[in-house]
Design a protein around this ligand. Structure first.
Ligand SMILES: Nc1ncnc2c1ncn2[C@@H]1O[C@H](COP(=O)(O)OP(=O)(O)OP(=O)(O)O)[C@@H](O)[C@H]1O
Length: 263
C-alpha cells in the first residue's frame, strides 16, 4: 500500500548549507499494519510524512500510495490518504460537525453520502456529545478527535499520524491509540511518527528508527531486540543513535584528514 524507495529531501539553510533532511530511506507498509517512525527531534519524520501526503515534493527517490506516485499523481494520492498532526487548524466559529462536513465537501462528497458518513464517524469516535459545540469551546482532546474525523471523512485506506499525541493528556492519548488500533482492525494502512518509545512498543507492528535523515534499522520489536541483543528498547534506541553519531564523526574526521593531505 505504501512503498518508499530511496526517498530523499534536501534543504538549504544559512547555517548548514545544503543538507539531507531525509537521506535515501526505503520501507513498505501493508493494509492492516501500523508502521512506526521513531526518532528524536529533527530526525526527519515530519519531512517523510509530508512527502507522503504530497505537501512536500521529494528531491529524489520514489514514494507510492496504493500504486500512485506522490510526485506525479498528487490528486490521486490525496484521495487515498488522511493526515493527522498535533496542530491541525480548528475554526473557532464552526461546530465539530460543520468542520468535518466542510472537509467532506472539499473531497467532493455528496450530501447524502456525507451525512451518512458523518453519523458513522461521530458514533465510532464517540463525538456525538459535542457535535454542535463550536471550535472555540472544544477541549484539546475534542479538537484532536475533530482532526481525526476530518482525516477519515473520505474513508482513505492510508492514514498518517504525525506526533499526534503531542500535548494530549494521558487519558486522551490513550483513547487516540485505541482509535488507531481500531483503524488497523478495519484494515487501514497506518503510519505513525513519534519520539515516545513506549507508544511504538505498545502500538506498532513494525518500527523504523530514524536519526539524521536515515533509517538506522527497522523491523518488528522482536527482530530489533534479537538483532541488537538488547531487550531494553530504550537502551537499544540510544545505542543505535550513538553508534551512528560516532560513525559520522569518524567519517568527518577522515574527510578532513584527506583534505589536509591533499593540500
Ligand atoms: N523548510 C525547511 N528548511 C530547512 N530545513 C528544514 C525545513 N524543514 C525542516 N528542516 C530541517 O530538516 C530536519 C528534519 O526536520 P523534521 O521536522 O522532518 O524532523 P522531525 O523528526 O519531524 O522532528 P520533530 O520531532 O522535531 O518534529 C531538521 O534538521 C529541520 O531543522
Amino acid at each position: 500500500m505504501i512503498h518508499v524507495q530511496h526517498l530523499t529531501k534536501a534543504y538549504e539553510d544559512l547555517r548548514r548549507g545544503r543538507f539531507l533532511a531525509v537521506d535515501h530511506i526505503s520501507f513498505c507498509v501493508q493494509p492492516g499494519e501500523i508502521f512506526g517512525l521513531l526518532g528524536p527531534n529533527g530526525a526527519g519524520k515530519t519531512t517523510v510524512l509530508r512527502m507522503l501526503s504530497t505537501v512536500l515534493r521529494p528531491t529524489s527517490g520514489i514514494a507510492t500510495i496504493d500504486g500512485y506516485d506522490v510526485s506525479h499523481e498528487p490528486a490521486e494520492v490525496r484521495r487515498r490518504i488522511g493526515f493527522v498532526s498535533n496542530n491541525t487548524a480548528i475554526y473557532d466559529r464552526m461546530t465539530a460537525w460543520e468542520m468535518v462536513s466542510y472537509f467532506g465537501r472539499l473531497h467532493g462528497m455528496k450530501r447524502d453520502e456525507l451525512n451518512e458518513r458523518l453519523e458513522k464517524l461521530f458514533t465510532q469516535l464517540r463525538m456525538n456529545e459535542f457535535r454542535d459545540v463550536p471550535g472555540s469551546k472544544l477541549s484539546t482532546g475534542m479538537q484532536q478527535k475533530v482532526s481525526i474525523a476530518r482525516a477519515l471523512v473520505h474513508d482513505p485506506p492510508v492514514l498518517v499520524f504525525d506526533e499526534a499525541t503531542l500535548g494530549l493528556d494521558v487519558l486522551v492519548a490513550r483513547n487516540l491509540l485505541e482509535v488507531i488500533r481500531e483503524l488497523r482492525q478495519a484494515g487501514k494502512c497506518l503510519i505513525f511518527s513519534t519520539h515516545i518509545m513506549s507508544e511504538v512498543e505498545r502500538l506498532c507492528d513494525r518500527i523504523a528508527i530514524m536519526h539524521q535523515g536515515r533509517i538506522l534499522d527497522s523491523g518488528t520489536l522482536e527482530e530489533l531486540v534479537q538483532r541488537h541483543q538488547e531487550d531494553n528498547f530504550e537502551e537499544l534506541f540510544f545505542s543505535l543513535l550513538s553508534e551512528h553519531e560516532a560513525a559520522n564523526e569518524m567519517n568527518a574526521a577522515d574527510e578532513s584528514h584527506i583534505m589536509e593531505v591533499a593540500q
